[in-house]
Design a protein around this ligand. Sequence first.
Ligand code: PLP
Length: 476
Amino acid sequence: MDADALISCGAMTLQFVAEYWRSIGKRPVVANIQPGYLRQLLPLEAPEQAESFTSIIKDLESTIMPGVTHWHSPNFYAYFPTANSYPAICADILSGGIACIGFSWIASPACTELEAIVMDWLAKAMGLPEFFLSSGNGGGIIQGTASEATLVALLAARSRIFKERKVEDPTLTLGRLLDQLVVYCSDQAHSSVDKAALIVGCRLRKIASDADCIMRGEQVQAAIAEDRAEGLIPFFIIATLGTTPTCAFDDLVSVGRVCEKEHLWMHIDAAYAGNAFICPEYRHLLNGIEYAESFDFNPHKWMLVNFDCSAMYLKDRTHFVDAFNVDPLYLKHAFQSSAPDYRHWQIPLGRRFRSLKLWFVFRAMGLDGLRAYIRKHIELAKYFISLIKPDDRFEIVFPAAEQLGLVCFRLKDSPNELNERLLKALNEDKRIYLVPSMVKQKYILRLAICSWLTEEKHVRFAWDIISEVTAKLLSK
Ligand code: PLP
C-alpha cells in the first residue's frame, strides 16, 4: 500500500481522462480495427517484473484507445446513452479506495444507510408512489443492471406464487409448478426478459403490441384467459416504459388492472425512459405505476451516474427477503431486524459502495441540473426532427410512441433493403454512429441523443452527413 503512489499515479490517470474528454470529439467514433488486433500489440504472458506506471499509461494511447468505441463522442447516436460525469467518477474512485463490501448493515453501515437514503431521495424526486419508500414495506436498492432487476423480480414472483400454491397443495414441488408458470411481456420488450425467463425456466408469452408498439390490457387479458384454459398459471408480466426499438410506453393502467384482477406481479422496466420522470412534465407516463410490485430504471443510462447503477424499487421487500434469504452464522449480526441487509434483495453477496455515485451526482448537479440535462437531450432530438421532417426523402416512423431523446426514421416508402444499405453506408463513413431496429417488419434507423457533449452543431453535423450519404446512395 503506497499512498504517495496513489496520489502521483492517480493524477496521471485523471490527466489522461481529462485529455481524453477534451479530444473525444476529434476521435473517430467507431474503432477502425479488426478482431484480434490487441493480441498483436500485447505480450503473450503477464510481466514477471513490475513496470513503471508512466509506461503503463503511455501504452494506453497506442494499444487500448484504437480499440475503443467512443460512447461519449458527440457523434455517437447508437443504442441508448450511457451516463458519465466527473462527480460519479470521483465517487467511484472513493468506492474503490474505501473498498468495503456492504452486503449487510454491519458489513459497512454507511454503505447500506446511504443507499436507502439516496434511493428515497430519487423516488421522491421522480414522484414515485410512497409505497416504494424505505419508511414503509418497500424500498429501493441499487442493482447492477436492468437485466438483473428483471431477473430478481421474476425470482421473487416465482417464490411468492410457490408459497401461495403450496398452501393449497402441500405436495407441490417447484419443478411441477415451473411446468405451468407463464411470464408475459410485449413483443417489443428488451431481450433481457427472454434471458430472465430462460434462466428461471419459465415459459414466456409475448403479447402483440398495437400499431404504435404499445402493449394493452385487452391483449394481456385474452392471453391469460387462453393460458388458464390450458391449465397454465400466469403469474408475472413485464411492462416497458420506453421500449428499446422505438421508446414506446406500454399502457400501464389497462395492463395493471388486469394484473390486479388476475393476481399477476407487474414489474416495470423503464431502463432508459425512467430517467425522464425526474421532470414533472413526463410523469403522466407513470400513470398506472400503482399496480406495480417492482420498478426499475437505469440512472447509469441518462442521469449522469456512470455504469453500473440500476435503481430498483420494491413495493413489499418481504417477497425478496423470503426468496433470497440464506442466513449462515458468519453473516448473522445483532441488528438484522432493525436495518436492511441488501444481501437478501439481490443475487450476489458482495456489493460495491455504489450509492456514493448517486449522492455525489445529486449534490454536484442538483435536481435542477439533472432536469436541465434531460430536457436538453429531448430538445436536441426535437431539433433533429425539425431538420429531417421537411425532407421528402425521409419519414419519421412510430411518432405516436412518446419520443424522448430518440428519433426513429427511414427512407420514405422504401424497401427494408435500401434502409439497410443506408445504415451500412453511414456506419462505414464512420463520422457518426447509429444502430438499426426491425419493428413491425420495418427496418428503421434509430438516432438517440447520447453524449453529454452533444450540442446543436453536432446534431446539424449528423443531419448533414445523413443527407449527404443518402444523396450518394440514391444517385447510384
Ligand atoms: N430494458 C430496456 C428497455 C433497455 O433499453 C435496456 C438496454 O438498453 C435494458 C433493459 C438492459 O439494460 P442493462 O444493460 O442495464 O441490463
